[in-house]
Design a protein around this ligand. Structure first.
Ligand SMILES: Cc1cc2nc3c(=O)[nH]c(=O)nc-3n(C[C@H](O)[C@H](O)[C@H](O)COP(=O)(O)OP(=O)(O)OC[C@H]3O[C@@H](n4cnc5c(N)ncnc54)[C@H](O)[C@@H]3O)c2cc1C
Length: 323
């Protein structure tokens, strides 16, 4: 069966990986230049910076199985199990990607083909499956017997609007109810190593900041580089503000806590950071429509739950084949 998966985040890639392992012809479509979605790593000069998700954890049998594969291929390695002065946080091993958080996703992507830089503008339901059309390029279009959507829910709803498509009333209402936090990220280069002790990360150094880390201590950057994640409240307050207005306070906190000067920085806005209200089921699937939906808005917070959502979606598609 020819299957198109829209979205190359962890949910889309786990789904595509399972489907291609089962022998299907799978293509993942992604608007970005690479795979990973919110598991994002950026190069700035000679530095490597994780500016989205910082680590992954594994509790379920399925995630542990994925983790074993990544460990065997040295795609991930243990980072830390506790942060100094935070006895309240669970002592569970946090894994980092070997070359940033995209490493494990890149491994999965070796088992299927990807169409990158492809913003899906419209999906068209046909008698024998689906047609997927790129924005601004009617000629770049792909067809499939089955379609899997793994976009954050707001982007999914926008896509349905552009495609003049609606699912049943209850499903649309549940999709509309999904909520994510926002996160304003500040990332950049430091003059010197930070003064943060192992693991090179601190949580909530002030109310307005959720996370601050040193990517060199983390082991992914040869040059001193940092990541700061502002809280949901701060991010919302300054979402539309220019950098000159929203960055100075964050820079001040970063320099003070890192104990060194910041020499270069930029911001990134994550409009859908972590889900706070979910769909209520790990995925949605319609055999009749040849359509499946997954992602963290279904599976829940954390990379693990997004991955499991993608895996459940693949199971649903595979059952469809066997019936
Ligand atoms: C700042 C931040 C920090 C986080 N920290 C952690 C952490 O430390 N540990 C943890 O477990 N989780 C963390 N998370 C959450 C975790 O990253 C997510 O839950 C998970 O990565 C979501 O995966 P996904 O596949 O559901 O979605 P995504 O990764 O968002 O993938 C969806 C993909 O769809 C693509 N797309 C959207 N629209 C279109 C379109 N029209 N056409 C084509 N492609 C499209 C997007 O570009 C994206 O690549 C963090 C998230 C953020 C933002």
């Amino acid at each position: 069966m020819k299957i198109l998966v829209v979205g190359a985040g962890i949910s889309g890639c786990v789904c595509a990986y399972q489907l291609s392992k089962a022998g299907h012809d799978v293509v993942v479509i992604e608007k970005g230049r690479g795979v990973g979605g919110r598991m994002a790593t950026r190069r700035v000069g000679g530095a490597r910076i994780d500016h989205g998700a910082q680590f992954l954890t594994a509790r379920s049998t399925r995630m542990l199985a994925l983790l074993e594969g990544w460990k065997t291929n040295c795609d991930v390695m243990p980072w830390y199990d506790r942060i100094p002065n935070r006895p309240d946080l669970p002592t569970r091993i946090r894994y980092r990607g070997s070359e940033g958080m995209t490493s494990p996703v890149k491994r999965l992507a070796q088992s299927f083909s990807s169409e990158l830089g492809f913003f899906v503008d419209r999906i068209v339901r046909r008698e024998d499956g689906w047609l997927v059309v790129e924005a601004g390029n009617e000629e770049r279009r792909l067809v499939a017997d089955h379609l899997v959507l793994t976009l954050p829910s707001v982007q999914m709803l926008d896509l349905f609007d552009r495609s003049s498509l609606a699912l049943d009333h209850e499903t649309m209402e549940r999709l509309r109810s999904i909520r994510h936090t926002r996160c304003l990220a500040l990332l950049g280069l430091m003059e010197d190593k930070s003064s943060l002790s192992h693991p090179g990360a601190t949580t909530h150094p002030v109310d307005q900041v959720d996370w601050l880390s040193d990517n060199q201590s983390k082991g992914i950057s040869e040059q001193p580089a940092f990541t700061l994640h502002a809280s949901d409240a701060y991010s919302r307050e300054f979402w539309e503000a220019p950098d000159e207005e929203r960055a100075p306070f964050l820079l001040e906190v970063a320099e003070e806590k890192l104990g060194t000067r910041i020499t270069q920085w930029s911001t990134h806005r994550w409009g859908f950071a972590k889900p706070v209200v979910t769909f209520g089921e790990t995925h949605w699937h319609s055999m009749e429509m040849s359509l499946t939906m997954a992602g963290d808005g279904f599976g829940g917070e954390r990379i693990e739950n997004a991955a499991l959502s993608g895996w459940d979606a693949a199971d649903a598609v595979l059952e469809r084949k066997s019936t």
